[in-house]
Write a protein that binds this ligand. Structure first.
Ligand SMILES: *Cc1c(COP(=O)(O)O)cnc(C)c1O
Length: 444
């Protein structure tokens, strides 16, 4: 395992990375961009080492994927053994035990004690697509409702569900039909103020569905229990349980998109656990398999089994190497109490980001849960004008100082913190020192 130490050997990015970036520009579609073009040669724990010998602190986990950390020994051993045994048969042709075992685990760990079934796929977007297929098939209804600031992927259906135009949707339409969008319960920017947000948002959402869609036409409402790309927006207490109750009353399925928030990220197995919300269908991906591509839909047995045999699947879905990695990752989460570790990381982030907020008026809000924390930057606390310029400047400063940070938000003014749960306290604090330094430099 590489030494858990930040090292600045050259400028970031250094000459080797710059040369590789030149090749990238000549070979890779310009549509695929790179947030921080340092080319990684090795990674473990909370460190990424690049082609120039720089070692960067990782506050992104490859967008909430390497929750158990790169270089996790359980994952390495499980993947190595599986690759040696076999790499692919296609579960729909010749099945294997680990696929079934991952589904058993999902059925056990996801919210609710009811009978469940799961199905495995390759990417988050594919899981969302399949959750919608199951919802439409089992209810016989066409409409799907998503939220402002929501993100669900880049395929045609999931672009349609995603709120933000640039860069996800711009000139990629037309999008799939029967998709509707309603306001998100966003306490910091709710016109009636944060205290009124839960109740007013629930009324607005249910009114709009009734008036604009009709409950009987509505197959499902899909929501991220903590929104990811849209800005780590945490709905106020009561909103999600209220939404779940209302959906149940009207035979509308609640799909929790836990692709970013799931698998210990927020300090629970799933973000829905915080308020005991039990969705009808849940999508998972990202943190599920230690970096191997795997995604899942888990849901009520009656819904998942309503689909005719052969109606769900895909060539690679639930690939055996990815399943081995998932079982090893889940074992790590259980045995190393990574949910507890996420809460500890959350305490450190809350404290340190809170102190930044006291010091700088530009920090409008610190929010999130566990190791899924963010701060929203504004011009000043009164106007709450989104401050994308400062966000970009601080982000650049962090990168140059050897800290991998990610931004998000509909207005590009939110810093999100998603460190691997295997990061040491030392690196966590050092990363936050770098953030503070970059903040001071950007404002000075
Ligand atoms: C990342 C993400 C997706 C899409 O996952 P991909 O694997 O990139 O297709 C969907 N929903 C949420 C909430 C996500 O964060």
């Amino acid at each position: 395992m590489i030494e858990q130490k930040r090292i600045l050997a050259t400028a970031v990015p250094g000459p080797a990375s710059q040369a590789l970036q030149k090749r990238k520009t000549a070979a890779v579609s310009a549509g695929v961009s790179t947030g921080l073009p340092v080319y990684v040669v090795e990674a473990a724990g909370g460190i990424l080492r690049d082609a120039d010998g720089n070692q960067l602190i990782d506050f992104g986990s490859g967008i909430a994927v390497t929750t158990v950390g790169n270089g996790n020994q359980r994952v390495i051993d499980a993947v190595t053994a599986q690759i040696t045994a076999f790499t692919h048969t296609c579960f729909m042709v010749n099945p294997y035990e680990t696929y079934v075992e991952v589904c058993e685990k999902l059925n056990e760990l996801t919210p609710g004690n009811h009978e469940k079934r799961s199905a495995l796929f390759n990417s988050g977007a594919e899981a969302v697509e399949n959750a919608v297929k199951v919802a439409r098939h089992s209810t016989g209804r066409p409409a799907v409702v998503a939220f402002d600031h929501g993100y669900h992927g880049r395929t045609n259906l999931t672009m349609g569900l995603t709120a933000k135009n640039m860069p996800y949707k711009h000139r990629f339409g037309p999008f799939a039909g029967e998709l509707y969008r309603v306001p998100m319960a966003y306490p910091y920017r709710w016109p009636g103020g944060p205290e009124a947000c839960a109740e007013q948002a629930l009324r607005t959402v249910t009114d709009q569905i009734r008036v604009q869609v009709g409950e009987d036409n509505c197959a499902a409402v899909i929501i991220e229990p903590i929104q990811g790309e849209g800005g780590f927006i945490v709905p106020p207490k009561g909103f999600l349980p209220g939404l779940a109750d209302w959906c149940r009353e009207h035979g509308i399925l609640l799909i929790a998109d836990e692709i970013q928030s799931g698998f210990c990220r927020t300090g629970d197995w799933f973000a829905c656990d915080d308020e005991g919300v039990v969705p009808d269908l849940l999508t998972a991906a990202k943190g599920i398999a230690g970096g191997m591509p795997l995604a899942a839909v888990t849901g009520r047995a009656d819904l998942m089994d309503a689909v005719h045999p052969g109606g769900l699947g895909g060539t690679y879905g639930g690939n055996p190497v990815a399943c081995a990695a998932a079982l090893a990752s889940i074992a790590s989460m259980e045995e190393d109490d990574l949910a507890g570790r996420a809460r500890q990381i959350g305490d450190v982030l809350t404290d340190r980001l809170g102190r930044l907020a006291e010091k700088y008026d530009e920090v409008g809000e610190v929010r999130g849960r566990g190791a899924m924390m963010a701060m929203e930057l504004v011009a000043d606390p009164e106007s709450k004008e989104p401050n994308a310029a400062l966000t970009a400047a601080v982000n650049k400063g962090c990168h140059e100082r050897g800290l991998v940070t990610l931004t998000c938000g509909s207005y590009g003014n939110v810093f999100r913190f998603l460190p691997p749960l295997s990061i040491s306290d030392e690196l966590l604090h050092e990363g936050l020192d770098v953030l503070e330094e970059s903040f001071t430099a950007a404002l000075g």
